[in-house]
Design a protein around this ligand. Structure first.
Ligand code: NAD
Length: 279
């Protein structure tokens, strides 16, 4: 992938999990990196590790929910490297519990990070990418939950489905303009990461569900394996990135239920793809 040499990637939520895997992959193909996260320590550790391996990387502590901080991230990237080629709107957090038991503050946190964070990334960076007038790509991390809802994770489903909608809209808009900028939406199933540490479990049901989720995430795909698939999709300018093929039947069932106007039936799916009724 020599074509990546010297290009610039901005990655939010870079200090851990998927973001970290994307950063390590991007560094391995010679990209220059602008790493953003609220976790200043984790960010610094990663930045030093990548620099020690020969990469050009800078850390910019950023809360993606705060537009002024996202503008500062863009300005920092431009000051240091002069342009941006890839933007990964990746930062995200988890919240489990019955929809009606989740507090207004917990809903707000999910909306701020998972949805407003991506909206801010699009609003701040897309005008710059368009203005640059050359190939650039935006990758929004949604989730399988962006396509299929599970019980006990309403704010996650809501925000991730909104990210899918935003990404599809952006795709159509960029096509309308025949822009050199393109977009992908990443919808993974379980990937080994620290996301469950951000979960503020509510209630007994939320707690048992979060244990299930935690064990599935621990056994998930590695972030580096995922990153290789993401970069292959970027090369193809592919909009949909669904790295866990085992989940496609669940998506098919959902679409079928909508088309036939039958009531949705939730089925828990494990990482191997065996589906069993959850209740
Ligand atoms: P992670 O917790 O390992 O990494 C997320 C990173 O985002 C952390 O470093 C965290 O500090 C950072 N972050 C949190 N709030 C932030 C904010 N306001 N501003 C900037 N950074 C912030 O989790 P992960 O699984 O690597 O999550 C990355 C993305 O992947 C998220 O959007 C998540 O919803 C999505 N995702 C994860 C999985 C999975 O199974 N791990 C599956 C599908 C989608």
């Amino acid at each position: 992938m020599n074509s990546e040499l010297g290009r610039v990637a901005v990655i939010t939520g870079a200090a851990s999990g998927i973001g970290r895997g994307l950063a390590e992959h991007a560094a391995s193909v010679g990209m220059r990196l602008v790493l953003a996260d609220v976790d200043a320590v984790g960010l610094q550790v990663l930045c030093e590790q990548l620099r020690a391996a020969g990469a050009q990387a800078i850390a910019c502590v950023t809360d993606v929910g705060d537009i002024a901080q996202v503008e500062r991230l863009r300005d920092t990237a431009l000051e240091r490297f002069g342009s941006v080629d890839l933007l990964f709107n990746n930062a995200g957090v988890m919240q489990t519990g019955f929809s009606w038991e989740i507090s207004p503050q917990q809903w707000q946190r999910m909306l701020n990070v998972n949805l407003l964070g991506v909206i801010n990334g699009v609003r701040v960076f897309v005008p710059l990418l368009l203005q640059q007038g050359r190939a650039a790509h935006v990758i929004n991390t949604a989730s399988l939950a962006g396509l299929v809802s599970s019980p006990l994770m309403a704010p996650y489903n809501v925000t991730k489905q909104a990210v899918v909608a935003l990404s599809e809209t952006l795709h159509y808009e960029l096509a309308m303009l025949a822009a050199t900028v393109s977009v992908s939406v990443l919808c993974p199933g379980p990937v080994a990461s620290e996301i469950m540490a951000s979960n503020q479990t509510v209630g007994e049901a939320g707690s048992s569900f979060s244990q299930l989720l935690d064990s599935s995430i621990r056994q998930g795909m590695t972030p580096l394996e995922l990153a290789a698939q993401v970069f292959a999709a970027i090369d193809e300018k592919r909009f949909w990135i669904l790295p866990h093929k085992d989940f496609k039947p669940a998506l098919e069932r959902r679409v079928q239920s909508i088309l036939e106007e039958t009531n949705p039936q939730f089925q828990m799916i494990d990482v191997q793809g065996d589906a069993h009724a959850a209740r």
